[in-house]
Write a protein that binds this ligand. Structure first.
Ligand SMILES: Cc1cc2nc3c(=O)[nH]c(=O)nc-3n(C[C@H](O)[C@H](O)[C@H](O)COP(=O)(O)OP(=O)(O)OC[C@H]3O[C@@H](n4cnc5c(N)ncnc54)[C@H](O)[C@@H]3O)c2cc1C
Length: 455
């Protein structure tokens, strides 16, 4: 009898299992595919590994303005893919080692929850039955496959297949201009594919600040990506994607199509009904510490459909395990950064001005172009970047930071900490930022916010 059964070995599951095991709970982790889940095997890590190679390739070709000429730059897809696979396997081993060190048993196979018996949970894995006193559901999410005519065509790929392609598509159509679609669009555009992104909404990148979204669109157009906005894909045929824009039908040629219209929590077929867990719009509803409403059953990560990010999954896993030990905790959803690892990168945390207004917070914002920052200029030619800060104008509390350009994915943590700690612009004025760094733009932007006419 285990103290804890963890179903699913992605970021939420392996993090929770290692933490619970290290804290003394006799824990079993059940994983049907690979440790590391979507993030390590077909998401965050492989996409960033590929994007880094594409960035190097693009830099080699475009470094003349910096006084560097590289001749014969070539992109070797098999080597890039082999490196990606090596990194995945290395990290899988790292996770397995961490679980072992924490005393966690790993069961490989698909787990299906059975009705409770003798006051214990039971999960069927192949022909074995795993019993436990507590259950943590971390089954993650899967790519949505919308019912588009022709979407079963073998040239239609999801993130899983496209991250392992063995040749560079000539013409790639990306259906969906959210973070995943845009990152992969950048990868393929930079290595030579002709890429078209077809997006239903009038802007890209999901719910971004309007200025950031429009700079992102223009910067991605510069690397050759074509966008068809406010367009609905109607059919996929051999070599073409048909879509509707403003009531008229259009087509784009494609030898590969990426479906990236979003992800849905994986809650079907895992036996939730056996223990009385209801889903709402396909997701498991939890409270601030991952409780499902059924005693001794928690859920964390993409399966709750709240944030669908790996770092949120880690933090939710922490909150669940803390609850198992009676330690009060709360996931700070208001301070969770989101990054789009395009070239340029986008990194945001907290509210936009529009969000603040909707939430009834009297807010004020200021924006500065990154071109006022010395380090950004030293390292960037012909790019555009922006930092926008949103504060509560009653007292200057920082409620949102939105950035595009530079290594903003590496800086946004600082802004998240400011929001988490409810810091005011006066507090941040006392901080010392290293010079010259692009991060100084955050403090400089705040320096322009004038609250003297506050009401
Ligand atoms: C292309 C792509 C890029 C991404 N990039 C980023 C990024 O840069 N940053 C970021 O924060 N997020 C990113 N994400 C999202 C991130 O991958 C997810 O938020 C994260 O993986 C969620 O972790 P999880 O543990 O909830 O679920 P998952 O990672 O989905 O793991 C769930 C695990 O449960 C297993 N499982 C499911 N059902 C069962 C069962 N019945 N029995 C046993 N095992 C089961 C699955 O095999 C899987 O391994 C990306 C996603 C994609 C697709």
């Amino acid at each position: 009898m285990y103290d804890l059964i963890v179903l699913g070995g992605g970021p939420a599951g392996y993090h929770a299992a290692a933490k619970a095991g290290a804290a003394g709970l006799h824990t079993v982790l059940i994983e049907k595919r690979h440790l590391g889940g979507v993030c390590l095997n077909e998401g965050c890590i492989p996409s960033k590994t590929l994007l880094h190679s594409a960035k190097l390739f693009s830099s080699a070709k475009n470094s003349q303005p910096f006084g560097v000429t590289v001749s014969g730059a070539a992109f070797d897809l098999p080597t890039v893919m082999a490196r990606k696979q090596k990194l995945i396997e290395l990290q899988r081993k790292g996770i397995a080692g961490a679980l072992k060190k924490s005393g966690v048993t790993v069961e490989t196979g698909e787990g299906i929850i059975l009705p409770k018996q003798n006051d214990a949970f039971h999960v069927k894995v192949g022909d074995r039955i795993v019993p436990g006193k507590r259950l943590l559901i971390c089954t993650g999410s899967e790519a949505i496959r919308p019912p588009i005519r022709g979407s079963e065509n073998p040239m239609v790929l999801t993130n899983r297949e496209i991250l392992s392609v063995d040749r560079i598509p000539n013409r790639l159509a990306v259906i969906g201009g959210g973070a995943i679609g845009l990152e992969l669009a950048v990868f393929f555009a930079e290595i030579g594919s002709s890429v078209t992104v077809i997006e239903l909404l009038p802007s890209i990148g999901g719910v971004l600040d309007g200025d950031i979204a429009s700079i992102l669109l223009r910067e991605l157009e510069k690397i050759g990506i074509a966008f068809q906005l406010e367009s609905k894909v109607t059919a996929i045929g051999d070599g073409t994607v048909a879509f509707e824009h403003g009531g008229t039908g259009r087509t784009v040629d494609a030898d590969r199509v990426l479906l990236s219209v979003g992800r849905r929590p994986l809650t079907k077929g895992i036996g939730l009904e056996a223990i009385g867990i209801a889903t709402v719009n396909g997701r498991i509803v939890t409270d601030g510490q991952g409780r499902t409403g059924i005693p001794d059953v928690w859920a964390a990560g993409d399966v709750n459909g709240v944030s669908m990010l790996a770092h949120t999954a880690y933090r939710e896993a922490d909150a669940c395990v803390n609850d198992m030990f009676g330690r009060p905790d709360r996931v700070p959803y208001e301070a969770i950064p989101a990054v789009i690892y395009t070239h340029p990168e986008v990194a945001v945390v907290g509210m936009t001005l529009v969000d603040a207004e909707k939430a009834g917070i009297p807010a004020r914002s200021h924006k500065l172009p990154l071109s006022v920052n010395g380090r950004y200029l030293a390292e960037t030619e012909g790019g555009r970047g922006l930092c926008k800060v949103v504060v509560d104008r009653r007292d200057g509390t920082v409620v949102g930071v939105h950035m595009i350009g530079g290594s903003c994915s590496e800086m946004i943590f600082g802004a998240a900490a400011m929001i988490h700690e409810r810091l005011k612009i006066d507090d941040i004025e006392k901080f010392v930022f290293p010079h010259p760094t692009v991060s100084e733009i955050i403090k400089d932007t705040m320096g322009f916010i004038d609250l003297s006419d506050n009401k």
